[in-house]
Design a protein around this ligand. Sequence first.
Ligand code: PGA
Length: 282
Amino acid sequence: MRKKVIAANWKMYKTPDQAKDFFHNFLPLVQGHDRDEIVVCPNYLAIDVAVAAVKAFNGSSISDRCDPHQAPSGARAVSEEAVIGARKGSNVAIGAQDLHWEKEGAYTGEICASMLLAVGVTHVIIGHSERRQHFGETDDTVNLKLKSALEAGLIPIVCVGEVLEEREASLTDDVLRRQCTRAFHKVSAKKAHNLVVAYEPVWAIGTGKTATPEIAADAHAIIRGEAARSFGEEFADNLRILYGGSVKPENANALMTADGIDGALVGGASLDPKSFAAIVKY
Ligand code: PGA
């Protein structure tokens, strides 16, 4: 059974104060929700606030509270209390929207994996179509970024998807296969065990046009097939493939319950706490 991932991609929205407000309202709405994994990917400047908000909401972690030096007696009681506290927490992880593939260096304006890890980031979106469209991201840079994220222990969410002209020219299968093969080039199944893929048809992003559950399920099957070719059948069976493109509270249930759709990557509708919480609870 693949646990679904519901991820928010905030893009270039929200100051740190606005991010703080979001979490203040959002975290109580998803408290104790553990059916799905919830990930929020703010801009770099709001990551710190996001990590702090989740930590403060959840209280100290089980390991902190079970530290024998901090709890010399009654460790069992402390442990039980910690477990209950953790259960009541908000199962929210913080992700980034991009990373550079090098470990460090003279790359003005860039951020690398170790910097993300150092501030509490666990997930990273790679190869979003807006980065491909506006910032020269290619299948090859996606591959380099994927390797770097996996090497560092980040959970990568690799985005693939066709533009409208490609769909209209019946090229969707070819495009998805090419994007996957190149992204996965020389990545081993062992290294890639954390991989998440997001199918985001570019014509559905921010346009209000959503792929039907059938269209999305077909594309997901192509991606799963490609993952099987690169990493083996068992890996492909366990791979989470998210759908992204105008996911809203109104269409979330139909999409999330379609065959082979293992979650959502949500842009616009993730900026509002109530709307994103409604999607999480589809
Ligand atoms: P959207 O964006 O939900 O606003 O269409 C999705 C995305 O770009 O990840």
